[in-house]
Write a protein that binds this ligand. Structure first.
Ligand code: BDR
Ligand code: CA
Length: 310
């Protein structure tokens, strides 16, 4: 069983990642840290709370994370992709009641789980970088950290060069990359191919009988239509964040390279990621491991199996 603390910014694909984590038999989602990104921190917190409540899992603590990047720059949100409130057409109930745990309580929480906790960050890196700054000795003990972000020698999504999470706060990403013991990265190279099309979404919704059946279908329709407007050739919508959890669970079957990763901070190339590919050899001294290729059919079978669980 993998004990996971998820930093996220739901967002449709973050929402799908939360649902996947709750339904997966091998994942124990122990906490969620919500931040600005696809939507405001306040909205992403309420979205996470709503999703947890649907499965009767309001016992999972939600830590309220960062409101903006370390640079102080205010975020741009993406309603055209994730919907006005971040979960496509879904509006969270206005009378939803939920508890939020202050960020400072993350320290005792991680300390309590330090032996076996894994951190997954599917949003901007700000909150995780703050945790590294405030609780450095403790965070360095976390054995595995997973980041969704970056694009290596492929086009970015938020700019021609950069992927949205690393572009949103590249300084924060740099802090995490420099301080973490081991970071596994799922960049656009792989997540762009983790595409769910309409047929798969409809199939899941017909087969599934869980509290998320309708959300999976409604958000998929919304997300796929947004992707179609951007690039109809994709034929569906990429589940970037969910794929990061899939990677955590299936690393042995996914081609990866161990090389040091750099992220650019400068305005013109902000968020651009690179590594030294002149040699194909792994660098065993690098704390960074980057996913580069995977078996799509296997991913889809897993997606259907997990999302149709009761
Ligand atoms: C990443 O950016 C966000 O919009 C998505 O939720 C995902 O985490 C993809 O670049
Ligand atoms: Ca995200």
């Amino acid at each position: 069983m993998h004990k996971i603390l998820l930093f996220c910014d739901p967002g449709i694909d973050d929402s799908l990642a939360i649902i996947y984590a709750l339904l997966h038999p091998d994942i124990n989602l122990v906490g969620v840290v919500t931040s600005y990104g696809n939507v405001s921190a306040e909205q992403s917190t309420s979205n996470a709370a709503y999703l947890l409540s649907l499965a009767g899992r309001s016992d999972i603590p939600i830590f309220y994370g960062a409101n903006f990047a370390l640079s102080g720059e205010l975020a741009t949100y993406y309603p055209e992709i994730h919907g006005e409130d971040g979960i496509g057409p879904i509006v969270t109930p206005s009378d939803l009641k939920y508890n939020v745990t202050p960020f400072c309580e993350l320290f005792p929480f991680i300390e309590e789980h330090i032996d076996d906790i894994k951190i997954v960050d599917t949003g901007r890196s700000t909150s995780l970088a703050m945790a590294f700054n405030f609780f450095n000795g403790l965070l360095k003990q976390v054995k595995e950290i997973y980041l969704m972000g970056g694009a290596f020698f492929v086009p970015g999504n938020v700019t021609p060069l950069a992927e949205a999470n690393f572009h949103g706060d590249p300084l924060a990403t740099k802090i995490v990359l420099e301080h973490a013991q081991k970071v596994y990265i799922t960049p656009l190279n792989v997540t762009n191919r983790a595409v769910i099309n309409s047929q798969i979404a409809e199939h899941v919704s017909q087969k599934a009988r869980n509290p998320y059946t309708k959300i999976i279908l409604d958000t998929s329709r919304y997300y796929i239509s947004a992707y179609n407007k951007l690039n109809p050739r994709i034929g569906g919508a990429a589940r970037h964040d969910l794929f990061t959890l899939y990677y955590l669970l299936n690393k042995e079957q996914i081609d990866s390279v161990q090389k040091r990763v750099w992220v650019e901070l400068n305005a013109g190339s902000k968020g651009l990621t690179h590594m030294d590919f002149r040699s194909p050899e792994n660098d065993s001294t690098s704390p960074h491991i980057v996913a580069l290729d995977f078996d799509y059919e296997r991913f889809i079978v897993d997606f259907i199996n997990v999302m149709t669980r009761p």
